[in-house]
Design a protein around this ligand. Structure first.
Ligand code: SF4
Ligand code: ZN
Length: 716
């Protein structure tokens, strides 16, 4: 037997033995009926569920899984068989990690601060958009213990600067921490745990992506492996000596289609394209990206700090802060303004007032960007302007929150010491705008006004009137006032059968694509993910049914979806990819609608959490009665239009209400009233029925929903 298969089988047997023992111990201790679950997921033990369709709910469900696991280890001298043994190790790792959640006071769970251990479903859903847009170009798994801690830290920092999402397992975590790598889910460097088995937490992210976005059916192992191989751009780097358990876990990764790069010399045991050695750590990143076919759009900017999407979530605390621009203390505003070609001088960067090295801690800041271009439209101003937030955040050591004339920027001492000054902010804006919006912006000029008098004058005389003008335009923009809608198929790289139809009053379900964004996307890239749908051939005004929309959907989904309505959640509702901000569903008792959002981990009156409701739809399928949507859509006149409007709403979590309230109050105060009435109603309902019983009824029997739906249809 070859050294490699020998190692794989050795590791698989070891993990199988451990798993069996641990399962037996747990059953002896707690009993077979003891419930067991990972936190906040609708997919049970995801690897087992996806591969076999078995829903693990109690300890008593596990012995059968151990049996399946052992049957995968055939000890045959064949690479395919050996990779199956790797999958067995993944199953074993999942069970071992899952058992840690059996004991509520377990040390593991106490240590489970966010980002460590199991990644909940809502987090995976939130990663949909950055993954499809390439903001996160790939996923790295770094495990082991490097001979020299600095080496692994350098590799991880390099991934971070490229936006690669990096999961770490083992002592590399401490090694990176010691070398000053900033970690956290929002920084895209995520420590998972110390045991090798913790690697399963990143594996289940890939596996749940297949279930959530890919509509892969539980039990379809071949479909699952195809999905992860083709659509999840992950790879593995191991550091230091590897034992047979690591090798066998690596075999599991290879079976999922993730290449493994080790830093020891495997000689002839390498498997080209799947398992390769790279002993020079300076080459690890390059080699790994090449193996997985990940291309990085490099942005070399003339600034003294790193610039990458991975720094978007960086938080700068007061103690680490050098200077601050904050609306609560000084004038601030940011504005992108379209001008005539002859009024803009390309690459003119002006700092009007003191720079941040003048000794003060707080400054005013008016960021004004003048753009001109033959194809530029006033509607694109806000599309470009909204990106300022992301671009400033991409600078390492810079934090930006808010927009327009309500924002806060902090610059860290560290970044300041590296030489970061305001000109660099101007450079970033200039380079990013002329790069990303080159199809419409021919010339770009940036003025950063820190002189408080001049900044205030700019705010009052130029910025505020422009904001007001835009708001009026947005308010007057309805589905009736335009002649076209747009498709968006960005999410098809994960959800191949999904297409959003974006209208002025219905933004994409991710919340990130408005009608103006889609329009700009189309202007910038006429063959890109957004295509116009001319508003013709209205079949039914109430539900928003159009022949042109159906044709576009059929075309965009390659026939997977034939008909959608724009305004109904019951009749041919729009499909969901999986990355939706909110999910709504029918509550059959009140015949009302319940909405919940990713941030709310609690249970809804449907007896389900966000993750459970979300699992009812997704992957580009239509599920009448359940629909994913963007937050702002709730305040739209078109929300639930076919079902009678927002008066149908009976419940939404406080978090969501608080976020939506300003929009309701601004435009449509009656909506808020509708919600309050609905809430009072559902409270009465809740008192009469056990919420839990209802949840069970819905979960167990879609039949009841169907009846209710028919009844509901009859009401309209
Ligand atoms: Fe994905 Fe729809 Fe958002 Fe486009 S609009 S990115 S398809 S969720
Ligand atoms: Zn999506």
């Amino acid at each position: 037997m070859s050294v490699l298969t020998d190692l794989i089988y050795g590791g698989s047997h070891a993990v199988a033995g451990l798993t069996e023992g641990a399962v037996n111990d747990a059953i002896a201790k707690y009993g077979a009926d003891h419930p067991i679950a990972f936190p906040d997921t609708a997919y049970f033990f995801p690897t087992i569920y996806a591969a076999t369709g078995v829903k693990v709910k109690t300890l008593g469900d596990l012995p059968a899984c151990v049996g399946v696991l052992k049957s995968l280890i055939t000890d045959q001298e064949d690479l395919g068989q050996a990779l199956n043994a790797g999958l067995a190790t993944a199953v074993g790792a999942e069970i071992l990690e899952g058992l840690k959640f059996a004991e509520p006071k377990d040390a593991y769970e106490q240590a489970a601060v966010p980002g460590i251990g199991f990644v909940p479903d809502p987090v995976i859903r939130s990663l949909g958009v950055p993954l499809v847009t390439g903001d996160i170009p790939g996923v790295a798994v770094v495990l082991g213990k490097a001979e020299n801690g600095e080496d692994v830290a350098k590799v991880v920092k390099d991934y971070q600067s490229k936006g690669i999402m990096t999961f770490m397992v083992g002592e590399v975590i401490e090694q990176c921490a010691e070398a000053g790598v900033k970690m956290g889910l929002e920084l895209r460097v995520i420590p998972l745990g110390h045991d090798v088995t913790a690697v399963i937490h990143v594996v289940t992210v890939a596996i749940r992506a297949a279930l959530i976005f890919g509509n892969v059916q539980p039990g379809d192992l071949a479909g699952l492996l195809k999905y992860t191989k083709e659509r999840v751009p992950a790879f593995v780097n191991t550091f230091g000596a590897i034992d047979n358990v690591v090798v066998s876990a690596g075999a599991g990764a290879i079976a999922l289609g993730f290449p493994v790069v080790v830093d020891i010399d495997l000689g002839e045991n390498q498997v080209p394209g799947a398992l390769e050695s790279c002993t020079d750590h300076n080459e690890t990143v390059k080699k790994s990206l090449e193996l997985r076919g990940i291309k990085i759009k490099s942005k070399e900017l003339p600034i003294p700090v790193a610039f990458a999407a991975a720094f978007e979530g960086e938080i700068i605390r007061k103690a680490d802060m050098k200077v601050e621009f904050w609306s609560a203390k000084n004038t601030t505003c940011e504005l992108v303004l379209m001008k005539n070609m002859d009024e803009v001088e390309d690459h003119k960067l002006v700092i009007d007032g003191p720079d941040i090295d003048s000794g003060d801690l707080e400054y005013a800041l008016a960021t004004c960007v003048y753009v001109a271009g033959k194809k530029m439209q006033a509607d694109f101003e806000s599309v470009i302007e909204r990106k300022i937030h992301a671009w400033f955040n991409y600078m390492e050591g810079v934090m930006h929150t808010g927009q327009r004339n309500q924002f806060r920027i902090r610059i860290s001492k560290d970044a300041y010491d590296k030489g970061l000054r305001l000109t660099h902010f101007a450079e970033v804006l200039y380079h990013m705008i002329t790069d990303e919006f080159d199809a419409v912006v021919d010339k770009c000029e940036v003025h950063l006004i820190t002189d408080p008098v001049k900044a205030t004058a700019f705010l009052n005389d130029v910025a505020i009137p422009r904001y007001n003008m835009r708001d009026d335009r947005l308010a007057s923009m309805t589905d009736e006032s335009v002649d076209r809608f747009f498709t968006c198929i960005l999410c098809q790289s994960f959800a191949p059968a999904h297409c959003c139809v974006v209208t002025p009053e219905r933004l994409g379900l991710c919340g990130a694509v408005s009608w103006l964004d889609a329009k700009a996307t189309y202007e910038l890239n006429p063959n890109g993910p957004s295509q116009p749908i001319m508003k013709e051939g209205c079949l039914d005004e109430r539900t928003g049914r159009y022949t042109t929309v159906n044709d576009a959907i059929k075309d965009a989904t390659h026939g997977a979806v034939e008909e959608v309505t724009l305004y109904s959640i019951m009749e041919d509702p729009m499909t969901s990819c999986g990355c939706f901000e909110c999910i709504c569903g029918i509550e059959p008792c009140s015949m009302g609608v319940v909405i919940t959002c990713r941030e709310y981990a609690g249970i809804t009156p449907l007896g389900m959490t966000f993750s459970e409701m979300a699992s009812m739809t997704g992957g580009g399928v239509q599920t009448p009665g359940f629909m994913g949507h963007g937050k702002h859509y709730i305040a739209s006149h078109k929300f639930l239009k076919a079902e009678g409007g927002v008066g149908r709403l009976v419940w939404l979590p406080k978090e969501l209400k608080d976020q939506i309230r300003p929009y309701w109050q601004k435009a449509k105060p009656y909506l808020a009233f509708g919600i309050e009435c609905g809430k009072a109603f559902v409270q009465v309902v809740a008192a009469a029925y056990s919420i839990y019983i209802y949840g069970r009824i819905i979960q167990d029997s879609m039949h009841g929903i169907k009846d209710s739906l028919n009844w509901f249809k009859g009401l309209n």
